[in-house]
Design a protein around this ligand. Structure first.
Ligand code: AMP
Length: 234
């Protein structure tokens, strides 16, 4: 059975980490539109060139460009069993397009939209400590996930730099944009009874387990490892 999830959450909520963990748990691809854009920009593709100005200033890439990219990605063979979307949809138009792509608005669409909740002060504090590898895109946090060698990537040895959209002033800007753009999406998914809120403060493992519990519940899956860690057997 296909498992289709969307993550919503402010920048810095651990959305990318949690989406990757859930995708891994479900055995489906993790599709992050932000990662795709950054990788296209690194490879110097035409799509990367079109997206660069928006991504670097923290603005949104135009809907038609993003929607086409996601349509192509979720039609790939590896997404037949489902996907975990991260960073898409970001606008009402994208949400409507996604619904149409999946089932024309009829039949089975998404299983759930997981909303990671975090207050603004925590977002700013977390993001100003985030550094990213300029070669492979791996993320580090100077406090909770520092690299072994300061300034260099553990995975590929590339140089670490702060993403230009992680500067404090840009973060505030991205946050108000996030709140503005996302509220209509939250309303959209609440109206379809698909929205589930999960607190994004606390240790990564605790949030992972809560997300997993929500997802398993939505797709009617029971894992032996989850079952054994529960206190009830229902
Ligand atoms: P993220 O890594 O999700 O914070 O995305 C980084 C940047 O990629 C955003 O600030 C936007 O410029 C662009 N981007 C990613 N996803 C979308 C989307 N669904 N719609 C528009 N722009 C996007």
């Amino acid at each position: 059975m296909a498992a289709r999830f969307v993550f919503l959450g402010p920048p810095g909520s651990g959305k990318g980490t949690q989406a990757a963990l859930l995708a891994d748990h479900l055995g489906v691809p993790h599709i992050s539109t932000g990662d795709i854009f950054r990788s296209e920009m690194r490879s110097g593709s035409e799509l990367g060139a079109k997206a660069r100005g928006y991504v670097e200033s923290g603005g949104l890439v135009p809907d038609d460009l993003v929607i086409e990219m996601v349509r192509t990605r979720i039609s790939a063979a590896d997404a037949r069993a489902g996907f975990v979307l991260d960073g898409f949809p970001r606008t009402a138009e994208q949400a409507v397009s996604l619904e149409r792509m999946l089932s024309g608005g009829k039949g089975r669409g998404l299983d759930a939209v997981i909303i990671l909740e975090l207050v603004d002060e925590t977002v700013v504090a977390r993001l100003s400590r985030r550094w990213t590898c300029s070669d492979c895109g791996m993320n580090y946090n100077l406090e909770s996930q520092p690299p072994e060698r300061e300034g260099f990537c553990d995975a590929c040895g590339g140089r670490l730099a702060r993403r230009s959209d992680d500067e404090p002033a840009t973060i505030r800007d991205r946050l108000s944009k996030y709140r503005e753009e996302t509220q209509p999406l939250i309303d959209f998914y609440r109206a379809r009874s698909l929205a589930v809120s999960v607190s994004a403060s606390g240790p990564i493992e605790q949030i992972r387990d809560e997300v997993r519990r929500v997802a398993n519940d939505k797709i009617g899956r029971r894992d032996t490892e989850d079952a054994s860690s529960r206190t009830h057997s229902g």
